[in-house]
Design a protein around this ligand. Structure first.
Ligand code: FPP
Length: 253
């Protein structure tokens, strides 16, 4: 399968799937002499605004890096407050999600989450399962390397047990083994707060994604800033390893 077939239409101006590394909550708070958790609270408000804007702008999927595998190493109190914010979000946004045809999915090790988060999460995912509008995917206790290792272990076991031939462990099978396979291909990764790294986010999926970095801190990121990121995306030329000329020829067809 050629890269263009994998990625669908040759030239799209609107990304189908956008993923965001929501960074800078702590710095936002610090600049105001506030506690870090105040930054996370304002960050949760940005989540509400951005999910609404993404739906209205017509994205098919939005993945948010809400909590990484590495975030468990933060001070116990901060982890607890983040988990509480997550629970509050799942409860307060329940109606908005159900009424607006939003589907909810997750990536990451949900078994590590406290029960008080898993309960509203599982309930909302089940109740929103029939929805077919935008998919909101929350990366929770997520690590890109961890996800790849887990898939590799499952393949190794299947090969060892004689259920799968080695040559069947190919790119397509690997993509399908990752929990992101239910989402459209990742088109755009946004990171706020001036840091320019992937920090273990969607490593496999980001292979051909456009990367967009902004100095804006996550609590200051909203509809307008999402719009700016999408217009920068629209102005980029995605070549998938081909030449500029090939891309233009294909687009003209
Ligand atoms: C990074 O800021 C942000 C996080 C580790 C957590 C993101 C969480 C939220 C936006 C709120 C809750 C989420 C949902 C889905 C309701 P940082 O603390 O690393 O900021 P810093 O780099 O300035 O310290």
């Amino acid at each position: 399968m050629g890269p263009f077939m994998q990625h669908g239409q040759h030239r799209r101006t609107l990304p189908r799937h956008v993923a965001i590394i929501m960074d800078g909550n702590g710095r936002w708070a610090k600049r105001r002499g506030l506690d870090r958790i105040e930054g996370h609270k304002r960050g949760a408000d940005s989540v509400r605004a951005v999910v609404r804007a993404a739906r209205e702008m017509g994205l098919q999927a939005l993945t948010l890096y809400a909590f990484s595998s590495q975030n468990w190493e933060r001070p116990v109190e901060e982890v607890r407050r983040l988990m509480e914010l997550l629970r509050d979000y799942l409860i307060s946004e329940r109606d908005e999600i159900l009424q607006n045809n939003i589907r909810l999915s997750t990536v990451g090790a949900q078994d590590r989450l406290p029960q008080f988060v898993r309960d509203p999460l599982d309930a909302l995912m089940a109740d929103a399962a029939k929805n077919n509008g935008i998919t909101l995917c929350l990366a929770l206790s997520y690590g890109g390397r961890e996800a790849i290792v887990e898939a590799a272990q499952n393949f190794a076991q299947a090969v060892l047990q004689g259920e799968l031939r080695l040559q069947d462990v190919n790119e397509l099978a690997f993509s399908e083994a990752l929990s992101t396979h239910v989402l459209p291909p990742l088109d755009l990764v946004i990171r706020t707060s001036g840091e320019e790294r992937l920090s273990n986010f969607l490593l496999w999926e980001a292979a051909y994604a456009e990367l967009y970095f902004t100095d804006t801190l996550w609590p200051d990121f909203g509809r307008v800033e999402l719009g700016e990121a999408l217009s920068v995306y629209a102005s980029r030329e995605r070549r998938f390893g081909q030449t500029s000329e090939q891309v233009r020829l294909r687009a003209a067809k």
